[in-house]
Design a protein around this ligand. Sequence first.
Ligand SMILES: Cc1cc2nc3c(=O)[nH]c(=O)nc-3n(C[C@H](O)[C@H](O)[C@H](O)COP(=O)(O)OP(=O)(O)OC[C@H]3O[C@@H](n4cnc5c(N)ncnc54)[C@H](O)[C@@H]3O)c2cc1C
Length: 507
Amino acid sequence: MHEPDCDVVIVGGGHNGLVAAAYLAKAGKSVRILEANSEIGGATTSVRAFPDFDAHLSRYSYLVSLLPDAIIEDLGLDFECISRDVSSYTPYRRNGVEDGLLVSRLWDKATEESFRKLDPSGREAASWQEFYGLIAEFAQRIAPTLLRPLMTRSELRDLVGLPDTWEFMIEKPIGEVIQRYFNDDLVQGVVLTDALIGTFASAFDLQANICFLYHLMGNGTGEWKVPKGGMGKLVSELERVVREAGVSIELNSRVTSISSNASGAQVKTSAGEEIKAKYVLSNVAPQTLAKLRGLPAPESLEGSQMKINILLKQLPVLKSGIDPHIAFAGTFHANESFAQFESVFASAKNGEMPHVMPLEMYCHTLTDPSILSQELQDKGFQTLTLFGLHTPAKLFDSDNDAAREVGLQSALASLNEYLVEPIEDLIAGIEVKTPLDIEAAIGLPRGNIFHRDLHFPFREDGTEPSWGVETDDPRIFICGAGAIRGGGVSGIPGHNAAMAVLSKQLD
Ligand SMILES: Cc1cc2nc3c(=O)[nH]c(=O)nc-3n(C[C@H](O)[C@H](O)[C@H](O)COP(=O)(O)OP(=O)(O)OC[C@H]3O[C@@H](n4cnc5c(N)ncnc54)[C@H](O)[C@@H]3O)c2cc1C
């Protein structure tokens, strides 16, 4: 390899590529980011989705939990995430009466009473507190390890030191555990949701455990917060920091191949440019990286969600009578009972779009109205972010447009079950993203929001020491969601890939 053009080339300008670039540039390395699109940010952008309205919605990812405070501090990001007082609201109809399960972020009287209406024996409420108490302790012990080299399974199990919780979080299917702790199908489903976001799996598949863990370990609390200013604020802050550190960001630069030899690595772009570097960091999915290297792509689950962004003229009224400012302030679950999840999973596996889509939803503007112009705020406009589950990419393969419409109707019907008037009457703007739309826009293979299947945050006993970002080529690292401990808005694989490179002799 001839003289390198820079120390490190980063393929893809998602938030993880930007985090990696920031750590490397601050350590004095020369870095170039090549981004295929005309904008950086990948799955963490905010956009003015509806040209007639001055509203900037988080187009793909929308809540933050996994981004360690340490990364925000290290990089000096002016980026704030806001806590929500309400954790979740789940409407239900029993014995002809409309009601709902309200769970506050901190256990309080309203939560206690809400559980008691569902289960006067008090058993579900007690189980809830015990279950999440155990998980909180578990999460606190795992979170600090995420920015260090991977521990082995045995090392992490010993460090955590909670053998019973380890057993039910890591070794036994989470579906069995949830059914052991909770009796009520609706409560079971609220708990199970965190195991299935972006993961097309049965409750009894260990892949669901991994997803569950990622949804409950962020910053040691598992709390999902609202990014102030929208998800795009994270990207604009990262861009500021990397530019100040001297990183070159090259837009509309699609990488078409990656190769290496003993002395360095080389990438080629669709414009015919060849760039040599000491190392290449891949912010693209491992499946895409394999193709760029001329290798067979690793197997992975496909994406299985519909993302629907809505601008509302006003919040809808609920049949249960709860104030919508409370119901939509946290995560709103519709048709996500345990039994519904299992049955929809089975039918989607057989190629059927859910008739009543299990979905979760939240209203960004109740916590942070700053994404709307003052005029829209004054008029009472709000946003709704709807995430529909168990809609795998294969359901869209034969006719994406037609399936998108069927999926949308299923999602709206699912929500309308609990509203006094149909949501359609209140919509000022709506955009719908299927897994195939997401793949076409930002390159997530088959729309998998985590790039590929999530991994447990440890390496198996007897394997080589690692940061979870290495490939079989010592010049090429993964700095994106597809790394071990990647997935979600976290910056963790970006940080870890930078540390892996910095721990090497750059020659
Ligand atoms: C609909 C949706 C909702 C989500 N919700 C949440 C959420 O609320 N909270 C959360 O924590 N996570 C969420 N996620 C997951 C999270 O957003 C992603 O896992 C994470 O943002 C991935 O970041 P990344 O930087 O690793 O990669 P990406 O954001 O995927 O960035 C990769 C970049 O590489 C570029 N690229 C691709 N191919 C090439 C090429 N050949 N050459 C050059 N550049 C290329 C892409 O254009 C893209 O900009 C969601 C994801 C989606 C899609």
